[in-house]
Design a protein around this ligand. Structure first.
Ligand code: ARG
Length: 396
């Protein structure tokens, strides 16, 4: 009888490494899939190790371009910042990894897929809701949630079986990283009163050692998509990396947040997202220049909804698609240039221009050349204030 086959989302880290023999011992034929969404480290080496751990097949899928096009850029269109601060880094990759798992399951005739999330986080929700939407027939296994082992037990399990896991440089933190940023949890960060130690940060410099002189960078956007940095055309993936490097060198993009998880827990989360925060700042600023007032107001409200539902694992939902449709009706206006000024730990737009700018100097100026009809204002103000005046009169 052939073993039941499962496709495992495999990162090469301790938990998903141990998950391979754990599933194999329970009669599963394991196919390990590592999805490259821009995390650092040697994924080729990790994929090779999966075979030694007992997987019957292991694959590396480079999904970076797809991740940027279908998840990161839409998040930028929505200026997506959960609780006003967190650019959804991990929340964006889960629906894509789910799609890859389903694709490999279909190719290999697997009857199940597996993820390595614990029972306390948002990621289990994101995987399972996405998988339910994409392939309701597949069984979903969550070995790390089910096995009831703590980190020490997991290490002991690996040592007992002499598993080839990388115990060198074991970080005290739980880290998830992709093109859009880096999430850091656990260890000393679990004390929300303790400042994050410098060693949690990898992609941002200490802002205290950044150049006081600062620097400016110029970004070009076409229909809401960043397409050039300092006048040089770049693919979005490379542009995000390049902006992240520059902003990170100023110590910009660090986030220390007490966050509301979907499962009801408040947790202390630290993030580094220098590229994401710089690009969102620039994009938002260009929207203020190019989008009509009432539309912009409504978009800002929908951004909050979009961000919340994506955080909460509802990527594959009619509401998310409907909000994307609302936004696509106007995004072509968001074309132009933004100048960002970087300093130690800071990044601010200091200049913007667009062929679609709604800013009209003749209307705005207090100087010579004013074309605003001041006499129109008097009647407008009277009518605008009329309901308030009537209400006030009725109260006397
Ligand atoms: N709290 C963040 C989120 O829910 C980060 C999750 C990071 N995941 C991890 N395995 N460290 O999106």
């Amino acid at each position: 009888m052939s073993a039941r086959r499962v496709v495992l989302a495999y990162s090469g880290g301790l938990d998903t490494s141990v998950a391979i023999p754990w599933l194999a011992e329970r009669g599963w034929d394991v196919i390990a899939v590592a999805v490259d969404v821009g995390q650092p480290g040697d994924l080729h080496e990790a994929v090779g190790r999966a075979l030694q751990l007992g997987a019957s097949d292991s694959r590396l899928v480079d999904a970076r371009a797809d991740f940027v096009d279908r998840f990161v850029l839409p998040a930028l269109q929505m200026n997506a910042l959960y609780q006003g601060r967190y650019p959804l880094v991990s929340a964006l990759s889960r629906p894509l990894i789910s799609q890859v798992l389903v694709q490999v399951a279909r190719e290999t005739g697997a009857s199940a897929v597996a993820h390595g999330c614990t029972g306390k986080g948002n990621d289990q929700v994101r995987f399972e809701v996405a998988l339910g939407a994409l392939a309701p027939d597949l069984e979903v296994l969550a070995p790390v949630r089910d096995w009831g082992m703590g980190r020490d037990d997991t290490i002991a399990y690996a040592l007992e079986r002499d598993l080839p896991i990388r115990t060198t440089k074991s970080s005290p933190y739980s880290i998830d990283e992709n093109v859009w940023g880096r999430s850091i949890e656990c260890g000393v960060l679990e004390d929300p009163w303790a400042a994050p130690p410098e060693d949690v940060y990898e992609i941002t410099q200490d802002p205290r050692s950044a150049s006081l002189a600062g620097r400016e960078i110029e970004l070009h956007f076409e229909a809401g998509v960043p397409t050039a940095l300092e006048g040089e055309s770049l693919e979005a993936l490379h542009l995000i990396e390049a902006v992240g490097k520059i902003a990170g060198s100023f110590g910009f993009g660090r986030i220390d947040l007490v966050e509301d998880r979907l499962v009801g827990i408040k947790s202390r989360e630290v993030y580094e997202a220098p590229g994401a925060l710089s690009l969102i700042a620039a994009h938002q600023d260009l929207e203020n220049l190019t989008l009509e007032r009432a539309y912009l107001l409504e978009k800002r409200k929908l951004e909050t909804t979009w961000t919340r539902i994506v955080y909460e694992g509802l990527w594959f939902s009619p509401l998310r698609e409907a909000i994307d449709a609302f936004v696509s009706s106007s995004s072509d206006a968001v074309t132009g240039d933004v100048r960002l000024r970087l300093g130690p730990g800071s990044c601010s737009p200091v200049g913007r221009r667009s062929p679609h700018a709604l800013y009209d100097h003749a209307l705005a100026t207090y100087d010579e050349g004013d074309s605003f009809r001041h006499e129109d204002a008097a009647g407008f103000v009277k009518l605008w204030g009329l309901p308030t005046k009537q209400w006030a009169k009725s109260r006397v």
